[in-house]
Design a protein around this ligand. Structure first.
Ligand SMILES: Nc1nc2c(ncn2[C@@H]2O[C@H](COP(=O)(O)OP(=O)(O)OP(=O)(O)O)[C@@H](O)[C@H]2O)c(=O)[nH]1
Ligand SMILES: *[C@@H]1O[C@H](CO)[C@@H](O)[C@H](O)[C@H]1NC(C)=O
Ligand SMILES: [Mg+2]
Length: 407
């Protein structure tokens, strides 16, 4: 999934076509548009993502929409609000508390900070505007990929309405009182700004939703606006405090840059099962960590490991690293942290801890690792301390792509 997208990002970055974001809007001063407050308050874009996609890819999808709507905002036409899609039944979230009910963004993020960048609202804020009746989405566009993205040898931005019916395979974020009046199936490829063309097909629609919202690409991946948006994605302060307390109490570090710690993201689970050629074995991991430290930080012996590995794997890794005189730390959440913040919050706490290590070693092509790399760019680490990855045991070791901050 991700490799394919990376490929497309590169192609799209080469394209010079710029969408005209405001084409086709009615003018605020125009007569056919209703009152100004109407326009300002009541147009919403909803989206939903391919169900198996993980939390960190979804954060990237958020950024594509947020930068799109922020651009609209900077033209002083705050017409459309982005509805933050509640987190519900994510594939990687196995604990009971994570499965039960939809989770709003405020549990994980500082929503005021998100709002300072783009016109976003939580779903409960939308519910509050339409009390006592089911929420009806005017048009739900179900996006699909074209069979061949490079038809005729080149990637062209395009969309095409599909005549055959297609089904919505999502769950409306876990809510039974949400419906869609009209469903339209569209093959789509290109930058997200091209979605305005679809929105403009239905000028009277006030609630528009996109499913498979992972299909449209960033307008400007890695640009200044990308990083402005990324910087606004601050975590919930409580999660930051939990991570900072752990760093202070267990890793003996009181600053943003912890000079005595190497942090590692060791992605296992589906990566270890289905990407065997891309990620190392346990002995391979140990060898690479040892080699990296010998070369880059021979005086450091404290390691923090963020991982989704099984307890058996964790124990083996720890034992092997201890043999080499490393002190290995893992974050062990208390029951109250698990109950309050669930799997999603725990993963974020581990990401925050990783972002403070003197060096970071991530997992090849893991979006979980990408988000840590970005966090470190924001904290101002030298990029040589950040863009390091674990290589497979055999074969070529690809250098990670370096997406450095643009201020
Ligand atoms: N607590 C914890 N959870 C993790 C860790 N690594 C992965 N996970 C869980 O597994 C999920 C991984 O899915 P994504 O967030 O999409 O990241 P990814 O699978 O690495 O990347 P892509 O498959 O490329 O999208 C995370 O959201 C976490 O729920 C880890 O180090 N600690
Ligand atoms: C829809 O259901 C949710 C959860 O049950 C509730 O909080 C919300 O107010 C309902 N919305 C409407 C418009 O009835
Ligand atoms: Mg994933």
């Amino acid at each position: 999934m991700f490799t394919f997208c990376t490929l497309l990002f590169m192609n799209v970055n080469l394209m010079s076509a710029v969408q005209n974001v405001d084409s086709g809007y009615c003018d605020i001063a125009g007569e056919s548009c209703g009152t100004q407050t109407d326009l300002l308050q009541e147009r919403y874009i909803f989206y939903d993502v391919n169900p198996p996609e993980g939390f960190n890819l979804r954060r990237d999808v958020y950024m594509r929409f947020a930068t799109l709507l922020a651009a609209q905002n900077s033209e002083k036409r705050e017409l459309w609000h982005l509805v933050l899609p509640p987190w519900y039944r994510l594939y990687h979230w196995k604990s009971q508390t994570s499965k039960s009910k939809p989770v709003h963004w405020s549990l994980f993020f500082d929503v005021d900070s998100l709002k300072s960048y783009a016109p976003v609202v939580e779903l409960h804020e939308v519910f509050a505007k339409y009390p006592n009746k089911p929420l009806e989405i005017d048009v739900l566009f179900i996006l699909q990929n074209f069979e061949d993205a490079f038809e005729g040898g080149t990637f062209v931005e395009k969309w095409e309405i599909v005549k055959d019916k297609c089904e919505y395979d999502g769950l409306f974020w876990g809510y039974k009182n949400i419906t869609a009046k009209e469903i339209i199936c569209v093959k789509f490829q290109g930058k997200i700004s091209k979605l305005w063309e679809l929105i403009n097909l239905h000028k009277s629609a006030k609630k528009v939703m996109f499913h498979h919202a992972e299909i449209p690409l960033h307008n400007n991946y890695g640009s200044k606006s990308y990083w402005e948006c990324r910087k606004s994605m601050k975590f919930n302060e409580e999660l930051v405090n939990i991570a900072k307390n752990f760093i202070r109490n267990h890793l003996n570090c009181d600053s943003d840059k912890c000079s005595s710690i190497i942090s590692i993201h060791w992605r296992r689970q589906d990566f270890a099962r289905s990407r065997k050629d891309e990620v190392p074995s346990i002995p391979g991991t140990v060898k690479q960590i040892q080699k990296f430290i010998k070369k880059n930080a021979p005086t450091i012996n404290k390691l923090f490991v963020a991982t989704d590995a099984s307890t058996t794997e964790i124990n083996t890794l720890e034992k092997e690293l201890a043999k080499l005189n490393f002190q290995v730390y893992f974050y062990m959440p208390s029951k109250s942290v698990i109950d309050t913040y669930n799997d999603g919050g725990i993963a974020i706490i581990e990401q925050i801890i990783c972002s403070h290590g003197a060096f970071f070693i991530g997992t090849h092509e893991s979006t979980f690792s990408f988000r840590i790399q970005e966090e470190r760019e924001i904290l101002g680490f030298d990029s040589t301390t950040t863009f390091n990855i674990l290589c497979p045991d055999h074969g070529k070791c690809e250098k990670p792509s370096k997406w450095t901050i643009v201020n």
